[in-house]
Design a protein around this ligand. Structure first.
Ligand SMILES: [Cu+2]
Length: 93
């Protein structure tokens, strides 16, 4: 029983990690912290994460994504949950 549960969780995690499923979300950059590799975005609904509009902090992966945008920019970005952390894996103005 326990093993079956683990297999189910592994399958669910693999599904959740499917990057091709992630859609681009609209947002506005509020804060950029290059030292910690984090970015605060006021975002619209993130359908692939089942998240309503809000302002929140994301990790940037790779951190170089933070060099592409500035505070105040209207952006489109890809948000995913990586290792339990909400992460921006792509961003464009
Ligand atoms: Cu959010």
């Amino acid at each position: 029983m326990k093993t079956k549960m683990k297999m189910f969780l592994a399958a669910a995690a693999a599904l959740a990690a499917g990057t091709s499923m992630a859609q681009m979300t609209e947002g506005e950059v509020r804060k950029i912290d290059k030292d910690s590799g984090k970015i605060t975005i006021k975002h619209g609904e993130i359908k692939n994460l089942d998240m309503p509009p809000m302002s929140m902090v994301f990790k940037a992966q790779p951190a170089g994504l933070l060099d592409k945008v500035q505070v105040g920019d209207k952006v489109r970005f890809k948000a995913e949950k990586v290792g339990g952390t909400y992460t921006v894996t792509a961003i464009e103005k």
